[in-house]
Design a protein around this ligand. Structure first.
Ligand SMILES: [Zn+2]
Length: 142
C-alpha cells in the first residue's frame, strides 16, 4: 500500500487567503495538526499487533490512517507550492517521529546525528526553503 504521491494533487489556484498572515498559518496548523494525529494513530496501530490473530487487521487499520494522513499532507505540500505574499514568511513544518526521523511538510525526510533542527542551527527547510516550524507528534517520549 503506497500513499499517493504529492505531485498527484493539483496545485490550487492562488487565492487571497493564501498570502494572508493570519489565515494561511491557520490552514497550515489545522492540516498539520490532523496529519500529525493521523500519523501518530497509524504508528500506534502498526505497533499494536505486529503478528498473529490481530496482526493483519491492525495493519489494515494502520494503512487507512496512512491514506488519510497523506490527504492532509498533500494539501500542505500543495499549499507550500504556492508562493506566499511578501508579508508572509512561508513555513515548513517538521515533525519528529519516535525514531528521531524528521518528516517535513514538503514531503521529505531528514535525520540529524544528534538532536533536532534548533540544536543544529537549521532555521530554514533545506528542501523547500520555508521557515522550519517544529511540530511535536504528541506521543514522543511517552
Ligand atoms: Zn520544506
Amino acid at each position: 500500500m503506497t500513499a499517493p504521491a504529492f505531485e498527484e494533487v493539483p496545485k490550487p489556484e492562488a487565492e487571497d487567503w493564501m498570502s494572508c498572515e493570519s489565515r494561511r498559518p491557520w490552514v497550515f496548523n489545522s492540516l498539520q495538526s490532523k496529519a500529525t494525529d493521523l500519523r501518530s494513530r497509524e504508528r500506534r496501530a502498526r505497533e499494536a499487533f505486529r503478528r498473529g490473530y490481530m496482526g493483519v487487521p491492525a495493519q489494515y487499520v494502520a494503512d487507512a490512517y496512512a491514506e488519510a494522513a497523506a490527504v492532509f499532507e498533500a494539501r500542505i505540500s500543495a499549499l507550500n507550492g504556492i508562493k506566499a505574499g511578501p508579508t508572509t514568511a512561508r513555513e515548513c513544518f517538521w515533525t519528529p517521529d519516535a525514531d528521531g526521523y524528521w518528516n517535513t511538510a514538503c514531503g521529505q525526510g531528514h535525520t540529524f546525528t544528534t538532536d533536532g533542527p534548533a540544536e543544529n542551527n537549521h532555521r530554514f527547510c533545506c528542501y523547500c526553503g520555508g521557515r522550519i516550524s517544529i511540530k511535536e507528534n504528541g506521543d514522543a517520549g511517552n
